[in-house]
Design a protein around this ligand. Sequence first.
Ligand code: ACO
Length: 348
Amino acid sequence: MLRTKIAGIGKYVPENIVTNNDLLKYMDTSDEWIQERTGIKERRYAHRTKETTTTMGIEAAKVAIERAGITPQDIDFIIFATLSPDYYFPGCGVLLQREMKMGEIGALDIRNQCSGFVYGLSIADQFIKTGMYKNILLVGSEKHSFGLDFTTRGRNVTVIFGDGAGAVVLQPTTNENQGILSTHLHSDGADAEVLAMYNPGTHANYWKENLNSFDEAEIGQMFISHDMINNAQIFPNMDGQTVFKKAVVKFPEVIMEALSKNNLSTTDINLLVPHQANLRIAQFVQQKLKLSDDQVFNNIQKYGNTTAASIPIALCEAFELGKVNEGDLICLAAFGSGFTWGSALLRW
Ligand code: ACO
């Protein structure tokens, strides 16, 4: 039976380091508040005009492809996960295909926010296991810094997020001691508006009143307007406490689901790489599952929350630090806007 293995992994983070103190220029916050609540010390911001979500994804992809020992032209399918795409449409996948001079292969853009990488991994796994593709490039990339509210009004969200990209090349293997054991995907739209960017969008306040400002829905109404911009209705919204409460339940649940599906237990995990949402959430999950410090990898302190990029960036960094070795049992877990959440268990 075919299994899906990670044949190469890469990451790219922009050079520009933005510390908590640097944010004081824009908003009323403090290094102490940010570190205490989130664990974040600094994050990276992409160059405003010379880097995009796609170009960062390409940089990460180049490393992953080289480590897999193949060329961009060997890639036979692209999956690109982001919530901060270069264009509203088309997605970043085709831009990456164009710039990397790949053939006329399929390019699938997915959303799923913080769970985007785990969702993408699960999609890729199905294509590889059925024999349809042999070299899938999965990218998670975000340029959050271009779409945040850099005033005190937006500080609860803005301080959390950073830019960067991660990528993996996925290939089939017949080695039963290697590759993805299982993936587990979930969603619950009941809290869709709790962590969301409502505008630009076509909802016209259908789901909830006052998500954007306009008098009546006439032909000619736009999904973006001066009023929306002036009223700060174009930025991400988050009820942080609701996110926190749900995340600390769903992370352990979906990790245990993956372990129990494979008749494994928490002591079998060599490394848990959770989505880097917030260090407090990761620590809560670690305590709940009674995992040792060596069993969990966090790097949110340096990069902030990079949404779809956070798991591949963290996994890549763990790999580069020698914390991921052949045969290791790796657990990936994510939770985010939607809400969506998921996990993947794999042998390196
Ligand atoms: N700096 C200083 N003060 C701030 C900041 C800031 N950046 N942000 C909010 N505050 C203030 C608020 O204005 C409020 O002040 P008040 O009491 O005078 O009104 C006070 O701090 C408390 O605000 P809360 O929003 O209640 O802060 P909370 O204690 O909930 O912490 C946080 C906010 C860190 C977001 C927390 O709710 C949390 O960790 N939530 C989890 C959400 C999360 O991690 N999201 C990540 C992205 S989603 C994902 O990846 C799954």
